[in-house]
Write a new protein. Structure first.
Ligand SMILES: Nc1nc2c(ncn2[C@@H]2O[C@H](COP(=O)(O)OP(=O)(O)OP(=O)(O)O)[C@@H](O)[C@H]2O)c(=O)[nH]1
Ligand SMILES: [Mg+2]
Length: 191
């Protein structure tokens, strides 16, 4: 079965997303559940309306990646790393409303590189668009101001990422269908 792991900096919304994806569509009576670690959920999306293709995968939540790991988190981080190493697909969750979200992404990327997990299929999930505040930056030379709203942001370095990116709000349930469609596309590729 395809394994999908949620990775990302701490507090970006990973647990909120696993609850969102696993709540309505989890096969509650499935006995496999009992043998799984509590942070792993079996997720079943309804068959695709056109192809009737089912979409079933294991989704694991993980401990947030941070620059300096507190001592008491080291043990849970080890099991997180195992989940990540065993995953076929990574859902990299980013809190796009955080002023340092780009640095946080770099921290996650270098951690993934260190554990040899940087070549996995990755879906980048820019979360918390509901509280994103467009930043204004002025150009030093021409003094013209660019307002970095979401559409402008998408045209920056983000446009160089592949099409596996999605902007959502997990708490407002914005664009969750788009996220599900991306997961479905990548899970079925791996079949
Ligand atoms: N405004 C807003 N808040 C969100 C959104 N998604 C999650 N949050 C909030 O962000 C906080 C952190 O969410 P979690 O799901 O616990 O984040 P996490 O990545 O699992 O955090 P760790 O387990 O600590 O690494 C919670 O207060 C959530 O309610 C969102 O789309 N918009
Ligand atoms: Mg969490």
């Amino acid at each position: 079965m395809t394994r999908v792991a949620l990775v990302g900096y701490t507090n970006v919304g990973k647990s909120t997303i696993i609850n969102l994806l696993a709540k309505a569509e989890v096969l509650a009576q499935d006995m496999l559940f009992a043998t799984l670690d509590s942070t792993v959920r079996k997720v079943v999306f309804p068959p695709d309306p056109v192809t009737f293709e089912p979409c079933v995968f294991l989704l694991s939540d993980t401990v947030g990646f941070i620059r300096k790991l507190p001592h008491q988190l080291v043990e849970s981080f080890k099991s997180t790393l195992d989940e990540v190493k065993e995953a076929d697909i990574l859902l990299h969750v980013v809190d796009v409303s955080h002023p340092q979200f780009e640095e946080q992404m770099d921290t996650v990327s270098s951690t993934l590189e260190e554990i040899g997990a940087s070549n996995k299929t990755m879906i980048t999930v820019f979360n918390k668009i509901d509280q994103y505040k467009p930043m204004a930056t002025s150009d030093d030379i021409f003094e013209d101001e660019t307002i970095y709203d979401i559409p402008t942001l998408k045209k920056t370095w983000m446009s160089k990422l592949d099409d596996n990116i999605v902007f959502i709000s997990a708490t407002q349930s914005d664009n969750i269908d788009e996220l599900k469609a991306l997961i479905r596309k990548n899970v079925s590729k791996g079949l």
